[in-house]
Design a protein around this ligand. Sequence first.
Ligand code: ZN
Ligand code: ZN
Length: 412
Amino acid sequence: MATANVAAAILVTILVTYSVSAAASVADDAYPSPFIPTLTPCNLDEGISLSPVRKEVYDDGHIFDISHRYHTEMPSWGSDDGLGQFLGLPASMKNGSLANNSEMKMPTHTGIHVDAPVHVVLLKDPKNINKLFSLVKMLARKMNPQFIYLMPFLPSVIVSSQNSAYPPLYGDDKDSCGSIGSTLIPPRKEVYGNGRIYDITHRITSGTPSGISEDGIGDEYLKLHESMKNRSDYNFSVIKLPAHSGTHVDAPGHMFQNYYEAGFDIDSLDLEVLSGPALLVDVPRDKNITAEVMKSLHVPRGVRRVLFRTLNTDRRLMWKKQFDTSYVGFMKDGAQWLKDNTDIQIVGIDYLSVAAYDDLIPSHLVFLESREIILVEGLKLEDIEAGIYNVHCLPLRLLGAEGSPIRCILIK
Ligand SMILES: [Zn+2]
Ligand SMILES: [Zn+2]
């Protein structure tokens, strides 16, 4: 009971800190200067130099990162000064919060990005339909597995219903598609390549749950900056998203301020760890993941990536916009057991936190302390058989961010 009260107090602190400072300027001094930490690493008491590794090539030359990292001076459409400040820090450990929680805001066509057909095709105009189909065909041709690996972030974005420039959900607006019947319906798949590729990422919608909101991420996450409906030549959105919403990854700086200031951000995570053989396991449905539960799973040594499917999947918690504190996750002793007795470096789970609510901070601290374990949260693990797959999880290269939306797929 006492633990539950502590956890509740922690969350309240996070929520209060978040809401109080949500309106703060983006030029928040809680942020370290992103490039400086690698040049002037700070020292822990033990005198160990703390400096993140930033790589372009992983796995002895087998994996090339061909994405640009997002930083304030990267080019941006229509701007003479580059992208500018794209991260805010509504909850900052420097200002007393128990965790760092960023929020990203940027044009959707920033850095390495992908264009969807609706970028330049107005569905309402029948003469544009051929143009649309050729674009769809071109995209379909490119969607082979190799191409998918390289996509850092391709959220299946469902649009805001409040912004009048947006079509309604699933294109079921009679006016926009009625004239051409049912042919213009975008494919939305969970499984690709004849059952070989599973998308285990939750689609981002206004109803995607968020740990800092009772109402999901809300309608404000996507806004049309330029709209064809309003006579622009193209559609051009701006995205604004808490870094820990939907399917996402945590970096060490999420709950260790010294790591945060030293630059252990999303860009410093090891892509080789985020890509490779993985075990999808079912855990007992009636309890949190304790040391006893971990022991009972008999995960062999040498297994480096494990996706834990829990009661959260059965309860479809990720499909409910209201944040639910009764989710299950790792208790501190479960986290410690995993760290001491396995070789697991990817801990994946099917709700917004790997840590059970009662051990929210302690379990995170156990996992993140070594900087060798990467936490992937909010996975979509419905309708997939337990077993061994290849996982590919690719976060955005957000310089300075302690969390990032991520696209994860499993390949048989
Ligand atoms: Zn997180
Ligand atoms: Zn987390």
